[in-house]
Design a protein around this ligand. Sequence first.
Ligand SMILES: [Zn+2]
Length: 437
Amino acid sequence: MTDNIRVLHAKYILPIIPVDTVFENHCVVIKNGVIQEIIESSEAREKHPKAEHQSFTESILMPGLVNTHCHSAMTLLRGYADDYLLSDWLQKHIWPAEAKWVDYDFVYQGTTIAIAEMLKSGTTCFSDMYFFPNAAAKAALDTGMRAVLSFPVMDFSNQWAKSSEMHLEKGLMVYEDFKKHELLDFSLGPHAPYSVSDQTIFAVIEAAEKNDLEIQIHLHESEKEIIDSIAEYGVRPIKRLEDLGLLGPKLQTVHMTQIDQDDLAAIVRTGTKVIHCPSSNTKLASGVCPVQDFVDQGVTVGLGTDGAASNNMLDLFAELRLASLLAKIKSSDPRALSAHQALRMVTIEGAKTLGLEKSIGSLEKGKKADLIAVDLNKIENNPVYHPESSLVYTSSGTAVTDSWVNGEPLLSEGKLRALDETALLAIMREWSAKIKA
Ligand SMILES: [Zn+2]
């Protein structure tokens, strides 16, 4: 077999590791889907004359973005219910719509649409928590996208499973069926403290230990969640979960907007990881995650979009900008969450949040060639004094022209290689016509 060598040249390369480094007029050499080295462009042309060379003369190459929390299939419910209280949004709108419409096809098609949107805006790996994870797994494999499927576990009956035991059993079956695929990883997704009993949490911990899987849970999303927990259990949710033995380095906690000093100490003490979803939290007025406090204490923090029903976009560049701005106002300090820190959060720290930092999240020798090209040759980005500042404060996902997963081009010059956008739009129109009726 001859080696497949691809050399990507760019005006700027942001490897993320080492810190605060931007190479100019260099290239990334990729062999069989794995990063070999980053060297000067002139050297690479001499060294690899027969390789496929591609130049991005006004762009920046960087690691593909890692979306650490999404409910992908909810692209089909984008804009369905906006401007409601979180409890009304869930109980009166989203849960009834899901009960009526969510099935295998809804999830396969909704997830495929989400993947198209994510690839177009620079995401090359996403973590997903939704019903029918077998459909999401198939969508990821069919499109060549990297995914971590956090199969849901809850005490409530729904279209996919009728009890917590059934959620666990079905989720673990999906894990067994798909675990051999290199693009896919799995974790357990106990939905939230208010939707799982202590017994269910014990069962989740046991299954995670037995299968060496991480766990993702929505936690401290709103003030109401804290008040209800104190009324029912006498303690805040974080304390309850710590007492049950759930906190730890393999737990990913999503939202974390209501955090007092004891909560912060528990997260730091146990090495628990945090996932920040700034757009969803602001849109639902849930609160602001104290990101800088977590980062200062060495907590791993990743960024997520949450689902398209509460964001309503899956563009991590929008999250990057908002995360940085919110951190500054929350800390009353414009130095909070610098451009570089924010970019780490959406790349290497995001990978660490999902337990994938050894294979993705930075452009380093031996890592999978998951990367993107962002076009900086636009009025709104220029002049480019500091490329990282341009990425965080003036770029949006529409500036992404190319995305590669495992060295395979999935988006080229703004066009999806394996997906037909016109067909995807038609599918969305069909679903919305049915759901509206
Ligand atoms: Zn969520």
